[in-house]
Design a protein around this ligand. Sequence first.
Ligand code: NI
Length: 268
Amino acid sequence: MDLMIPNPAPKGTIFDTHAHYDDRRFGEILDDLLKTLPEYGVCAIINCATDFNSAEKLIKLSDRYTYLYTAVGYHPLDIPKTGDLDIERLKSYTANPKVVAIGEIGLDYHYSADNKPRQIEWFEQQVALACELGLPVIVHDREAHQDTYEILKKYRPKGVLHCFSGSVEFAKQILNLGMYIGLGGTVTFKNAKKPLEVAQYIPLGRLLLETDAPYMAPEPFRGKTCHSAHIAFTARKIAEAKGVDYVEILEKAKQNAFQLFGIKCVQG
Ligand code: NI
């Protein structure tokens, strides 16, 4: 499969800490794509579940590819209108050795502000489980900075705030909690003033790279189906902002991910 990527990253340098390869948009090409990505520098991917169905699909997928890992959890936009979170079922998935985090969990007041108390309740329960199990969290926060921060401050989980959309001031608060910051395609967008300021500000030791594939493809692929090899372009933009070589950004972010998620087995 030709991914049509000019100047791809060196082999074994890309760790994508946030993707959704169970998404319908990958359809028929999924296996060809997953077989090809390592040739374009990808050495590890964490697939983030959005509900139980997706958790089961992604765990099965990770059984077939050594370099795929899974995060299990309920995304704020997928919380059902009624019923309680089956925390025991969520916990049972973490027995699989390829499950390395609780996610994607969090708060989204942009698309769904009418069920705030319910979002908060499910988020808290999942963060508490992560702490109990000693697993990191992968957190989604859209227009919910303050409430997200309060919960993270209360439980102090290890983890990452993914697709960071806050200010430098908010990044400071998150870093003070000891957490990592995940940056993706948005740093390459035309009006990306804030994400670039954040990229410049955060120390290399706290940076994770991600796609949110199939969404958020970086320039020059914006609007297309995003995949993990596109991270080379995100890294180049961050490298430009920080004045360092992009391979150094990739390597450092990869080491950070190894450390946070306790991962050793990757594609060479
Ligand atoms: Ni996501």
